[in-house]
Design a protein around this ligand. Structure first.
Ligand code: BTN
Length: 325
């Protein structure tokens, strides 16, 4: 029996007796008990009360295509070609790239309850426990090569911030190149991956990871200060399906229009959310360090670092930015 078999039955947050669960699955109560223990491994804390049974306090909202589609604006529905909702996958970006290799194209969206090998920037792992956060990848196709995509990942950060603002969540800040922060703690991140011809027709996978209700057992593996929507909303985070719909309402139009607009209309909105505007910073790239003052981004999305030698554009890649201590 897969680890997750009991979850749809417990998703409502109500108590279910061991016997009811056993009958529904056609297995013994001992088998149910073993399954309940396995849910802990997924970061889902099952409560057991004598005489009442078992429940997942607060329940879990599983990804649901009907609910996500119901939250999409009409023009966005027209841009969505396929909505692929998986239970467990290595990485939604990796899956999207596999679909691209198999002929999948613009408008393919892939999300999953859990990633076993979620990818972060600079080779890091993205902590991706079951049914608690959002892992979303969107495919789009462009014809002018990688150069025409400059600034796209920054624009994605702005789009995500707008999607969360539409849900009534507090404002976010962006950390160059594409971390989503709230009060200095990391709420989410963006990872773009490309396939095809870097000088011509190429497919881009726009990957977004957003912490919604990170279980503390999973958070032990996160090596930086983090937060989640549950925390920043004071415990009243919107459901994950509503968040996915809001993200797609922003991301699909952005992906579809970026070849025409480029980064220009996104630059000022990005600057308005810049967490490090006019702040002393140090750029880290391998062993190299470069200190300066962050002065926003240029029209290509490069960070403008003011050094003793003047303004220097810093392009993305393996570079990381930290506040100067
Ligand atoms: C970062 O390091 O800040 C970027 C994190 C990006 C994580 C998302 S989750 C959905 C998509 N699939 C992945 O494997 N990574 C991205």
């Amino acid at each position: 029996m897969p680890k997750t078999t009991l979850i749809p039955m417990l998703a409502d947050g109500d108590f279910h007796s061991g016997q009811d669960l056993a009958t529904a699955l056609g297995v013994s109560r001992t088998a149910v008990w073993k399954q309940l223990n396995r849910l802990q491994e997924l970061g889902l804390a099952v409560e057991s009360v004598k005489g009442r049974g078992y429940r997942l306090p607060g329940g879990v909202e599983l990804l649901d295509g009907t609910r996500i589609r119901a939250g999409l604006d009409a023009p966005v529905l027209g841009l969505l070609r396929e909505l692929l909702l998986l239970e467990i996958v290595d990485s939604t970006n990796a899956e999207a790239l596999r679909r691209v290799a198999a002929g999948g194209g613009p408008g393919l969206v892939c999300s999953a309850e859990q990633q076993t090998a979620g990818r972060g920037r600079r080779g890091r792992t993205w902590v991706s426990p079951y049914a608690r956060n959002i892992y979303l990848s969107l495919v789009w196709e462009y014809h002018e090569g990688a150069a025409a995509l400059e600034g796209l990942s920054l624009a994605v950060g702005v789009a995500v911030a707008r999607a969360l603002a539409h849900l009534g969540l507090p404002p976010l800040q962006l950390k160059w190149p594409n971390d989503l922060l709230h009060a200095g703690a990391k709420l989410g991140g963006v990872l773009l991956e490309m396939a095809g011809d870097a000088a011509g027709r190429c497919q881009v996978v726009i990957g977004v990871g957003l912490n919604v209700a990170m279980p503390s057992v999973a958070a032990k593996d996160i090596d930086q200060e983090w937060t989640d929507l549950a925390t920043i909303s004071g415990g009243s985070a919107p459901g994950r399906n509503a968040v996915v719909a809001s993200l797609l309402n922003e991301l699909l139009p952005l992906a579809a229009s970026f070849a025409r607009t480029g980064f220009a209309p996104w630059r000022d909105p990005w600057m308005a959310l810049d967490a490090f505007a006019d702040t002393p910073v140090v750029m880290h790239s391998g062993e190299q360090r470069q200190a300066g003052i962050a002065r926003g981004v240029d029209e290509r999305g490069a960070l403008q670092l003011e050094t003793t030698l003047g303004l220097r554009p810093i392009y993305g890649g393996e570079i990381s930015l930290r506040a100067a201590s």
